[in-house]
Design a protein around this ligand. Sequence first.
Ligand code: 76R
Length: 256
Amino acid sequence: MTDAPPTDEGWFALHDFRTVDWDAWRDAPEHERNRAVGEGVEYLRTHEAVEDAEDGTSAVFSILGHKADLLVIHFRPTLDALSRAERQFERTALAAYTEQATSYVSVTEVSGYVSQDYFEEGEDADVDEGLRRYIEGKLEPDVPDDQYVAFYPMSKRRGEKYNWYDLSFEERAEMMSVHGDTGREYAGKIKQVIASSVGFDDFEWGVTLFSEDPTEIKNIVYDMRFDDVSSKYGEFGQFYIGRRFPPADLGAYLDG
Ligand code: 76R
């Protein structure tokens, strides 16, 4: 048996995917559509302004393809606040025209493979200010203004031949360091939020990528496939790709 690497957790995350019932939407009288848009915009605006909790971040995206139409991402300091945000949506007139296509629950995480100073000396230790800010940014993420988002869940393999959890810390740290090098080639092009869903959801992590350029999302995922950590040990769920929009554009999205 090998030891689990140290981790530190931050905000909880809910990825709330919705499909729109387009037939019902088209058939609805105009005053009902207006009310649904009004309450939907108000919900999204107040949650992006985090009026529902002490702290956090929220954003809304339109999703391409058949798997969903809307994605609302919430980061909040507690699971209770996330649960409240999820239920408040159901109280809007918009909710009647949507179904929850799928969802994902996780908690932001930094692990001790790379940021070892931080873990060895503890949270209050005098670690490098740059490192501290970097870690805080991972634990309490902003949603950047970048237009495009990709989300997918993933796990590390536990096969007979390739079992991530049987490797030594050093072997795992070496592969994670190569992973970090690949990731850093995308500095300025990709921002990522890695959140653990161990014990919360079906895979082990939720990966959320943001970029101004959707091709860079494809490029980073493809590049990483060739790193041992992904080629031998990565297992992936479904992928989603979407585009951010300001809450005020909800009506244009639904009627456009
Ligand atoms: O350098 C550092 O300080 C952090 C290094 C680092 C860690 C520990 C890092 C860097 N990641 C870490 C952990 Mn990552 N990451 C992913 C994916 O599709 C795939 O194959 C993988 C999906 C992407 C695209 C990505 C991007 N990372 C993790 C973990 C937890 C592993 C564990 O604990 O076992 C997962 C599941 C994961 C997955 N990673 C980076 C990036 C990028 C762009 C970086 C560069 C550094 C940065 O900007 O933070």
